[in-house]
Design a protein around this ligand. Structure first.
Ligand SMILES: [Zn+2]
Length: 683
């Protein structure tokens, strides 16, 4: 916007006229509705940029920042009745009366009240791979004014200065704060101030160093780097077995109680042409249970006045269409679908394809039912999810730490993190006194892959699969064209702050990426996590490992839409424990390759990411009293050439995933150190 400096110069005018927009905005005036001598601040839609330029050139009293919205230019202009009429005649459309004029005395009062107050919520600096960064969050008291612009100005010790704008962050319709991504600095910033377009300023602040904690260095000869490729659930199972065999004195393998469905699907076929008229015929049993390859067809009985009938013989379902007195077939798609479901309830179910309702059923087939799964090296049948239990004393007397990964199937780097963590504990036990101290003092539970069925699907069929493989859809949403959207979001299927309780961030739509399931804990995957935690009441710390984004979070993880009411906030003492521990863990992560998890991404889930109704950490924390955290491994990388932060994705090239496994395994080790130290302190 080329007029930007001009708007900055108009800041004084803003003070006069911009107030929080009333929630129930006054309707736009139709023509000249201002009384003699009255002025008002009105938001106009201008026909084009040219008119805006004319107004600026003519010294119009423009307020706020003209904004382009859907191609139209919006501008807030102070007008009297005559000016309103003139602008309307030029094609400006009044949209909203933001504020009417008031007496001079009242205006003076409001003037004083309207310069907002700014307050730094965060101001942190750090150095990563030789680059220094600053990140700030600032809150304005003008919380309801979407047009407030806030600028942060920084200064270094040698006098260099600069500034950058912040952007407004709202969540669930509520103002949170203004922030910016971490900004590169020429050196450590020693002072920051903030100023706003309403004339408000903050106190000068000295940014604090982030995270300000560094773990003890690993000793010479410390062993690490135990992952050399992405690992499928089969690979993970083999690794668990090998670790148990190699370190029998330190490891138990726990088979979790709820077997998953397995890498399986029902077999399905379109009977007819889905672009014309078709019925979707599906096996009740899974494809691998003898139903792949079953055929289905419709035939013309070749005789008059026949009822709809069917036979199932030699793995072929033959449906004979009904005929009228002339011998013409008269069955509809709906007739055929209902008939198959009713006639063979144990073997088949059929639904009408979307768009085929009520159409004449054609003679079609034979069509071959198939589960459509592409993986050929995945064991069939239900899957037993396993946990590793690592510790010198595994009788429940030591403080327990739970780490679990891959609730979301596509997050391939996450089992690498937890397995690297496990192997470091075991491989260094004999030689490193610090590792021995940790393993002797704690009881560590690790579920490398919570959602192996989804993971198998992600590796073999659809790499962006997030959910499990259980298909709760009914009716036309069982159409195999939706196959990549089926499944339950395991991390929305828990009991606390859930979708079923009215919290935000999960869905009742079986095709949604955050589908919550049919009920709380409807899924084996989520029941397993809770079963393990409940069976071992010594567990008092937990880390749920996800990717990506570089977040480090704790409860509350959900809020209600109405008023954005979160689950209860931790107490001041608990919050301090979360933050102090987080700084240690962020410091440990950074030692590997300088990756610094941003202060703005470190905090309660509901504040730094979004509401995630029914997530596992909230159930662990609120129901079982476990201090429960979440990692999103895979931090954005700073690109010096483009001066941009770049995201890494769910399945980065293995080198990146490998680096993530190394740095976040270090984070998990620091979590164990936190557990040991807390126990030693008698807390
Ligand atoms: Zn995830």
């Amino acid at each position: 916007m080329s007029f930007r400096p001009r708007w900055a110069a108009l800041a004084a005018a803003l003070v006069l006229i911009v107030t929080p927009i009333p929630r129930a905005a006054e309707a736009a005036p139709a023509g000249d509705q201002l009384s003699a001598g009255e002025s008002a601040l009105i938001r106009f839609r201008l026909p084009d940029e040219a008119m805006l330029r004319r107004l600026v050139a003519g010294g119009e009293d423009l307020a706020a920042r003209p904004r382009t919205q859907n191609g139209a230019v919006l501008a807030d202009i102070v007008v009297d009745g005559r000016r309103l009429a003139a602008l309307t005649a030029q094609g400006a459309e009044p949209l909203q009366v933001i504020q009417r004029s008031s007496s001079g005395a009242a205006r003076a009062t409001r003037l004083a009240a309207q310069a907002d107050t700014l307050h730094f919520l965060q101001a942190y600096w750090w150095t990563s791979n030789g680059k220094t960064f600053l990140q700030t969050q600032v809150a304005t008291t003008a919380t309801d004014d979407p047009d407030v612009e806030i600028t942060v100005t920084w200064r270094t010790a040698d006098g260099a200065t600069g500034s950058f704008p912040l952007v407004r962050f709202e969540d669930s319709g509520e103002y949170q704060y203004h922030y910016a991504l971490p900004q590169p600095m020429p050196a450590k910033p020693v002072q920051v101030t903030a100023s706003s377009s309403l004339g408000g300023t903050s106190r000068a602040i000295t940014p604090a160093i982030w995270p300000g904690a560094t773990p003890p260095p690993a000793p010479t000869g410390y062993q690490k780097d135990f992952v050399d490729a992405y690992m499928t659930p089969v690979d993970i199972k083999a690794r668990i077995k090998r670790l148990a065999r190699q370190y029998p004195k330190l490891v138990d393998v726990i088979n979790l109680p709820n077997k998953t469905q397995g890498y399986r699907r029902t077999a399905v076929a379109y009977l007819g042409d889905p672009n014309a008229a078709a019925v979707i015929v599906e096996s009740v049993a899974f494809g691998d249970q003898g139903m792949n390859g079953v055929q289905v067809r419709t035939v013309d009985p070749g005789a008059a006045n026949r009822p709809l009938s069917a036979t199932y013989k030699d793995r072929v379902l033959t449906v004979r269409l009904a005929t009228d007195g002339t011998g013409k077939t008269i069955s509809t798609t709906d007739d055929v679908a209902a008939f198959i479901s009713a006639r063979y309830p144990q073997r088949f179910r059929a639904v009408v394809e979307e768009g085929s309702t009520g159409l004449p059923m054609p003679v079609a087939g034979p069509a071959r039912l198939d589960d459509g799964l592409l993986g050929t090296e995945v064991p069939q049948g239900p899957w037993t999810v396993q946990a590793l239990r690592i510790g010198k004393t595994r009788d429940g007397s030591k403080p327990g730490v739970l780490s679990y990964s891959q609730e979301h199937a596509r997050e391939w780097a996450t089992p690498l993190v937890t397995l690297e963590f496990a192997e470091r504990l075991l491989a260094n036990y004999a030689t490193d006194p610090e590792t021995r101290s940790l393993v002797d003092a704690t009881d560590i539970f690790i579920i490398p892959t919570v959602n192996p069925d989804g993971a198998n699907y992600s590796f073999n069929d659809f790499n962006f699969q997030r959910k499990n493989l259980v298909n709760h859809c009914t009716g036309a949403t069982r159409d195999p064209k939706y196959r990549n959207s089926w499944g339950v979001d395991v991390n929305r299927n828990y009991t606390v702050g859930s979708y079923f309780d009215g919290y935000v961030g999960a869905s009742a739509n079986c095709l949604s990426g955050t589908y919550a399931g049919t009920a709380e804990l409807s899924e084996a995957e989520s029941r397993n996590v809770i079963a393990l935690a409940k069976a071992h009441p010594n567990i008092n710390l937990a880390m749920n490992v996800h990717s990506y984004g570089g977040y480090f979070m704790w409860p509350p993880g959900a809020y209600r839409a109405d008023g954005r009411v979160t689950l209860p906030r931790p107490s001041i003492d608990e919050s301090k424990f979360f933050l102090d521990s987080a700084r240690r863990i962020v410091g440990a992560i950074a030692t590997e390759r300088g990756t610094v998890t941003w202060p703005s991404y470190t905090g309660p889930v509901a504040d730094v990411l979004y509401s995630a109704a029914g997530n596992s950490a909230d159930q662990l924390y609120y129901e079982l009293g476990i201090d429960a955290w979440d990692f999103e491994v895979g931090n954005d990388r700073w690109n010096e050439a483009t001066q941009q932060w770049e995201g890494v994705g769910f399945q980065p090239p293995f080198d990146e995933a490998h680096a993530e496994s190394q740095e976040y395994a270090g984070g998990l080790l620091e979590l164990v150190r936190v557990a040991r130290d807390r126990a030693a302190a008698g807390q």
